[in-house]
Design a binder for this molecule. Sequence first.
Ligand SMILES: Nc1nc2c(c(=O)[nH]1)N[C@H]1C(S)=C(S)[C@@H](COP(=O)(O)OP(=O)(O)OC[C@H]3O[C@@H](n4cnc5c(=O)[nH]c(N)nc54)[C@H](O)[C@@H]3O)O[C@H]1N2
Ligand SMILES: Nc1nc2c(c(=O)[nH]1)N[C@H]1C(S)=C(S)[C@@H](COP(=O)(O)OP(=O)(O)OC[C@H]3O[C@@H](n4cnc5c(=O)[nH]c(N)nc54)[C@H](O)[C@@H]3O)O[C@H]1N2
Ligand code: SF4
Ligand SMILES: [Mo]
Length: 696
Amino acid sequence: MSTASQATLIRGACPHDCPDTCATVTEVRDGRAVRFSADTAHPITRGWLCAKVGPYLERVYHPDRLRHPLRRVGPKGSDRWERIDWDEAAAEITSRWRAIIAEHGAAAILPYSYSGTLGLLQLSVCNERLWNRMGVSGLDRTICDAAARTAVNATLGARWAPDLRDVRHSKLVILWGHNPASTSPHFVPFLREAQRGGTHVVTIDPRRTLTARSADEHLQPRPATDGALALGLMHVLFAEGLHDEAWLRAHALGWEALRERTAAYPPDRVAAITGVPEETIVQLARRYGTTKPALLKFADGVQRHGNGGQTARALACLPAVVGQIGVRGGGLFYSASGYVTWDAETVGHASECPPTPRVINMNRLGAALTGEVQDPTIMSLYVFCANPVAASPNAGLIVQGLQREDLFTVVHEQFPTDTARYADIVLPATSQLEQVDLHKPYGHRHLQYNHPAIAPLGEAKSNWDVMRFLAAGMGYDEPWLKQEPEEVLAEVLDATRATNPLLDGITLDMLKRDGTVPFRFAPGQDVPFADGHFPTPSGKVELACEAMAAHGLDPLPEYIPPVEFERDGGAGKPTDSRLVLLTGAAHHFVTTSMANQPTLVAKEGTPFVEINPQDAASRGIQPGSDVVVESPRGWCKLRAVVTDDVPVGVAVAPKGRWAKLSPDGRNVNWTTPDALADLAGQSTFHSNLVDVRPAE
Ligand SMILES: Nc1nc2c(c(=O)[nH]1)N[C@H]1C(S)=C(S)[C@@H](COP(=O)(O)OP(=O)(O)OC[C@H]3O[C@@H](n4cnc5c(=O)[nH]c(N)nc54)[C@H](O)[C@@H]3O)O[C@H]1N2
Ligand SMILES: Nc1nc2c(c(=O)[nH]1)N[C@H]1C(S)=C(S)[C@@H](COP(=O)(O)OP(=O)(O)OC[C@H]3O[C@@H](n4cnc5c(=O)[nH]c(N)nc54)[C@H](O)[C@@H]3O)O[C@H]1N2
Ligand code: SF4
Ligand SMILES: [Mo]
């Protein structure tokens, strides 16, 4: 009888790579989670979870959850395993590592992780402590946001974002290369509220996304031409005197040089480059110059091009031209990550460790495993919180590298992913319901504590428990490799609070008790840069930015087409019949996470590629037929969706599909480039020219 068992409610945080970091509530009965829902009191979550995480218990109790360590018994990739226990697993891993270190040095070991969880303990600390102690190769974490992170920090001095509820004060909102209806859903109701009150919403995206459908205006520039579009808007603003000169004089470095630069971007030239009509460019510039407060919100998709750094720079400069920084309802919304940076020393204890011998760009994983990285060659790969075979670029080359007989690969995972398939040892990971963590969102300004709700499934261990276990196996004795989870969190929180007033008075006990705790903004200081000070070297917004020169870029924003695109005199038209393949977020997955949940896979349908009717006709492609999508890196097979949601010359196939769950055993990342962008080693997934043709 149901009355016999007592229900408990456990507070948590959604751990996934999403700006919303929802506050969750798990109902537990007899040790089993029976209901998973949203906190109704959280000011952003407001009682609902997205389509992906709503059915989370399907993920937690999925029959495919890994429950004990496995050792490979067949050839690499054959998916034949024997069950082993944790002691055997640790003994094998540590003895292989000792032998590799003795023969090649610790640099021959590469840990690879990204964003399976965003927790302080299970990701940030686990990215550092054991690896620093071992002195292994570092990973340059560039797959997602490296270019914009660098560009925004250099231009404004920090990644600070407005309270997303303040969009209610905006009169104009420009969503640029950002699809929040799928990727930051809790922003959308606030946006709608503003829109109902008369706010004009513009989306700038080559694809008619879910977000674009309900915008007031949709501009569809050719991919990777956004830098030119932004400079064109500035051209009109300066030419028509719609810039805020008083503000620029007081707060901006290099605005006159920027004005000169924009002289080369008159609307007719920008229209030719971008494909956006001249009148539309002029009208949007006038609207942006005269409608205040105006918010410019961009996210990560738009930077995943060969010229992503300069694009992000141009976008970061725009709000300054119209003096819309430090204004409630205005400004730049890129990321809130910069408000709190966890204290690096307590996260990693690097000062007590050997120096990191080298850093390897994660976008080059396939190349790194197959010869690009030598002296020493990578002899062991340890993957956790990532699924590179399905999520990283040029995946075919990664598979080739993982098949190297002399490579020792360990994968710590919740599921038998495309990457786990190529491991020598697979270790079972806990889910968020089974582990402790503390979360700092990148889309809003509240900390969120995650209590474990249930015991680990089978023999699953959390990342931190595995790190401690392996550290003991390596014979390390440092107390910071043995701490309990809460001790680690308290150590980092206390050290971070000591230098960051936004955490004043926030203790671990308070976080455990309240779950959600907002940052402590001083009165009047919750609007980013409200005091007119910018933490750049000059104290101003750096429109001309010497830091960019140090990265080998023009100190002023500039439009240069990505090298991957052979362009017709810079006019932005491909000179051949290939299509630009964009592979942004799928609505029902977070990259490849969730893409093995039956109800979500069913909602997403057969892996597809959208192409314009004109492109379909000229290639003899029937709607609903199978097509081959091919680049110089490789190919995959997808179902053709013929739609004018995508313009001529562009194809769209969302990221996230598992290769092993796809009919051809591949996904779009068999085609994507592993070339690096103009800034910070950024990935260039979307600078991808592909042939699309009917499958035989
Ligand atoms: N549902 C869902 N949510 C997610 C994720 C997911 O996989 N699924 N992933 C999470 C992660 S890891 C991240 S980084 C964020 C990303 O969040 P977003 O940046 O909002 O998402 P993306 O779909 O990657 O890219 C946004 C848009 O950029 C467009 N785009 C591509 N190239 C260009 C271009 O040259 N110009 C312009 N103007 N637009 C362009 C794409 O068509 C896409 O609609 O979302 C997070 N949230
Ligand atoms: N074509 C294309 N590819 C892309 C992108 C794109 O736009 N286009 N976007 C890129 C972006 S923005 C990003 S951020 C990357 C993300 O790339 P990844 O970080 O590789 O993300 P996921 O594919 O979600 O894989 C995360 C894995 O971590 C596992 N996991 C979750 N929690 C835990 C845990 O607590 N412990 C352990 N050990 N494992 C856990 C999950 O089961 C999942 O398999 O993908 C990139 N891939
Ligand atoms: S994925 Fe994002 S929107 Fe969905 S529950 Fe998690 S934090 Fe909330
Ligand atoms: Mo990302």
